[in-house]
Design a protein around this ligand. Structure first.
Ligand code: FES
Length: 56
C-alpha cells in the first residue's frame, strides 16, 4: 500500500528503511523522501515507522 503518493513510498519501503538502520521518522524521511513534499502522509508514516522500530 502506498503511504506517500508524492514520493511513491509504500509501507514496505518504510519497513525496509528501518531494517536498513533507520531509527526515527526523520531517518525514514531522509532515506525514502516520505513526507517531504505535501506532508499529508506524515501521521501514517510516523505510525508505521514507530511500529517497525518497536518490532525489531
Ligand atoms: Fe507524502 Fe505528499 S503524500 S509528502
Amino acid at each position: 500500500m502506498y503511504v506517500c503518493l508524492c514520493k511513491g513510498v509504500s509501507d514496505h519501503r518504510i519497513r525496509q528503511a528501518v531494517e536498513e538502520g533507520a531509527r526515527s521518522w526523520r531517518d525514514v524521511q531522509r532515506e525514502t523522501g516520505c513526507g517531504t513534499q505535501c506532508g499529508k502522509c506524515a501521521c501514517m508514516g510516523k505510525t508505521i515507522t514507530r511500529e517497525a522500530v518497536v518490532g525489531e
